[in-house]
Design a protein around this ligand. Structure first.
Ligand code: ADP
Ligand code: MG
Ligand code: ZN
Length: 476
């Protein structure tokens, strides 16, 4: 029997505001426990929340970027539950009237293109963090995170495979980063994903019963968790069993999911409008202003990179995966207008170097100008492609301009024909046996002679000239 997975994702993105959503405590990560707290985010009696306007602006940015309708009026709601990380006993969130609804994003790979609907985006506050100490058999709570702003982005159940889920999440994260509203770090928890998954028989319309997966702390875990869960559900159905709607926890050590609790229903949360906060009214002018200020987004940039620079899809996708990388590429092209060559060198050399050193493009030891300068030296025939690799490594170490390195190290390519002829004559007289073999038809030996010449010139001879002169001298 053939089954098809149906997946919908709920993403929580922590917003990069300086202060919390309803008080002016800092949001900075990594401070000593309970130092970024005040009576408001600790839920003391009698305090009142004051909305941080920046949070609304950031949410509107995301709403527009994901083609949502932004609500002129939305509401704040209390979501009630008891857990020690939630000081007020309720979380301020949005429920019936969220800030944005009915959007979509397009995800595209070389093989498929897929539109994933965005059901809704709403704003809410984060909870604190529990720290369990098995040695002392107790748990402690750090409220620094309580009140840090989040947006929750809920997708339609439009996703059909774990790979598609990964592609959707990467695209969502790229958009958040382009908008500069979330740093998108899954391991640190500033970008979190719960995955809802069910399966149905191929060609069946109705959805099956879903389970919700939690504790998916990396892209890899999202995909592995979904694979496991799809497989598990298949086995249950094939055995004649039924899927129970529940929340399941991904266990990365055992590579499996385990039941955590029955799925809670909305009524369990006793949602009701928060009487401490007015309905949120946003003017059309403000929405238009925010829209005007949006940067070029990943999808548009990718299309432009293909059209304007004639790059293949693969290159365009990779180079636009982060805004800073795309900027670096464009800066290089402004100095050296050969886009595909720039792209090859960025993908082939620079990204490998940054990866190995755990650096981002902003931390690149090689400036765009110097990077382009290196390609210019190759084009002008000053250095060969091979020597360029040496210069590149030196640039990475010292940050010096390529021309300086070439001069200091005496790496200028030998293009003087008579000098090359002299060296070739030496090589020919030292290798009489190979010369004879060559003349008797073993023309593959040309590579051997090239190698000898390169060795004598430490790789600096212009390979084109060497090749020409060699053929002349050897005859044939
Ligand atoms: P809840 O209120 O329990 O969070 P929602 O209706 O908000 O439920 O849906 C949560 C997520 O589950 C959404 O991303 C939605 O696309 C997804 N979803 C809903 N039904 C299914 C299903 N049958 N299979 C897979 N995903 C589903
Ligand atoms: Mg939900
Ligand atoms: Zn506070």
């Amino acid at each position: 029997m053939e089954f098809e997975p149906v997946i919908g994702l709920e993403v929580h993105a922590q917003l990069k505001t300086n202060t919390k959503i309803f008080c002016n405590c800092p949001t900075a990560f990594g401070a000593p426990p309970n130092t970024h707290v005040c009576p408001v985010c600790l839920g003391m009696p009698g305090v009142l929340p004051v909305l941080n306007k920046k949070v609304v602006e950031f949410a509107v940015r995301m709403a527009i970027a994901t083609n949502c309708q932004v609500a002129g009026e939305s509401r704040w709601a209390r979501k009630n539950y008891f857990y020690p990380d939630l000081p007020k006993g309720y979380q301020i969130s949005q429920y019936e009237l969220p800030i944005a609804q009915n959007g979509y994003i397009d995800i595209e790979t070389d093989i498929w293109k897929q539109r994933v609907g965005i059901t809704r985006i709403h704003m809410e506050e984060d909870a604190g963090k529990l720290i369990h100490d098995p040695a002392r058999a107790c748990s402690m709570v750090d409220f620094n995170r309580a009140g840090v702003p989040l947006i929750e982005i809920v997708s339609e159940p439009d996703i059909r495979s774990p790979e598609e889920a990964g592609a959707y999440l990467r695209q969502l994260r790229a958009i958040l980063r382009y908008l500069n509203i979330c740093d998108g770090n899954m391991e640190e928890g500033s970008f979190r994903c719960d995955a809802n998954v069910s399966i149905r028989r191929k060609r069946e319309q109705a959805f099956g019963t879903r389970t919700e997966l939690k504790n998916l702390n990396s892209f890899k875990h999202v995909e592995k968790g979904l694979y496991y869960e799809i497989h598990r559900q298949k086995e249950v159905l094939m055995d004649g069993g039924q899927i129970i709607q529940e929340t399941r926890l991904w266990d990365p050590d055992k590579d499996r999911t385990a039941s955590m609790r029955g799925k809670e229903e909305a009524h369990d949360y006793r949602y009701f409008p928060d009487p401490d906060l007015l309905p949120l009214v946003i003017s059309q002018e403000w929405i238009a202003d925010i829209k005007n200020d949006l940067p070029e987004l990943p999808e548009a940039k990718k299309a432009r990179f293909k059209n304007e620079y004639g790059l293949p899809s693969y290159d365009a996708e990779l180079l636009t995966s982060a805004r800073e990388l795309a900027d670096y590429f464009e800066a290089c092209v402004s100095f050296f207008p050969a886009p595909k060559q720039v792209s090859n060198w960025i993908m082939g050399s620079l990204l490998g170097l940054l990866n190995a050193e755990g650096k981002t493009i902003e931390q690149s030891p090689i400036s765009a100008e110097n990077f382009a300068g290196l390609l210019k030296l190759i084009q002008e025939g000053v250095i060969s492609g091979k020597i360029a690799k040496t210069v590149f490594e030196e640039m990475a170490k010292t940050g010096k301009p390529p021309r300086m390195i070439v001069e200091e190290k005496g790496l200028v390519q030998v293009t003087d024909v008579s000098a090359i002829e002299g060296i070739i004559s030496e090589v020919i007289s030292e290798n009489a046996k190979q010369v004879e073999d060559y003349k008797n038809g073993k023309t593959k030996l040309l590579g051997f002679f090239m190698g000898q010449v390169m060795q004598k010139t430490k790789g600096k001879a212009n390979p084109k000239i060497v090749n020409q002169v060699l053929r002349e001298k050897l005859g044939g």
